[in-house]
Ligand binder design. Structure first.
Ligand code: MG
Ligand code: MG
Length: 257
């Protein structure tokens, strides 16, 4: 069922989203060679819980054990933070985080370079970010979910990159994953219609090689089947009368303490 949120609920999600954005900004400043993904997870959990009433969305969700998903290089999503996973110069690391505040969730992800990264990795990050921006621009009342996926796909494939099929964006609200599914590929005017008051997470997962995936024996970490690099950027947005309102960014006026 697709749920419509009230303006008050959307403002609450923006407050959760502001904490998400501040967490990702803190982590982007923290990332450096020699730190483990467990170190990042600890920083994130402490920061989130320092806000009264805020909790990490992921911890315990479907049994996931940590606050963050941290996915290095060919890992696409759902990497589990570990003291044994140490960041190395030239890696790219995707960091995904959700916050639950006053009964509502917000969800965002970014991919950052560890020290100096290759020109191809830089291009992958830039194109994936541009694909997210293009998808968000289609998140307007009266458009369809397929318009978002089509826009993401156009940007990624024009750059020669792959669009992951098996994992998709999603509605979000009182439940972390709600309907509709928001694929990163598709056709214009297809799929559920977007209505004012819907809140969705748009999250392109783009690969430098083929888009095929496999899941590691830990049953969580999804990697590219061909071992190519992958990037992931995500925002939670609300469909408003004035287009998409990004709820997971820093400096949102509704989110001031
Ligand atoms: Mg996410
Ligand atoms: Mg998500």
């Amino acid at each position: 069922m697709i749920t419509i949120k009230s303006p008050r609920e959307i403002d609450t999600m923006a407050r959760a989203g502001h904490i998400v954005a501040e967490t990702l900004a803190l982590l982007a400043r923290t990332v450096k060679p020699g730190l483990s993904t467990e170190d990042l997870d600890r920083v994130a959990e402490e920061f989130i819980r320092s806000h009264p009433g805020a909790k990490p969305s992921f911890k315990g969700l479907y049994g996931f054990p940590k606050t963050l998903c941290t996915s290095i290089n060919e890992e696409i999503v759902h990497g589990i933070p570990s003291a044994r996973r140490v960041l190395r110069e030239g890696n790219i690391v995707s960091i995904d985080v959700g916050v639950l505040l006053d009964g509502l969730h917000a969800d965002s992800a970014t991919t950052v370079g560890v020290g100096e990264i290759s020109p191809e990795a830089q291009r992958l990050l830039r194109v994936t970010r541009e694909a997210l921006t293009a998808g968000i621009a289609q998140a307007r009342a009266g458009n369809h979910v397929g318009d978002i996926g089509h826009a993401v796909q156009q940007v990624a494939e024009a750059a020669g990159f792959g669009v992951v099929r098996e994992l998709v964006g999603h509605g979000i609200g009182t439940q972390f994953h709600e309907e509709p599914q928001v694929p990163n590929h598709g056709q214009p005017r297809r799929g559920p219609r977007l209505l004012e008051g819907m809140t969705i997470a748009i999250e392109p997962m783009i690969t430098a090689g083929h888009y095929g995936t496999r899941t590691l024996p830990d049953k969580w970490t999804v990697v590219t089947a061909d071992g190519s690099l992958s990037a992931h950027f995500e925002h939670t947005v609300a469909i408003t009368a004035n287009g998409a309102r990004i709820l997971t960014q820093q400096g949102d006026a509704a989110a001031s303490p």
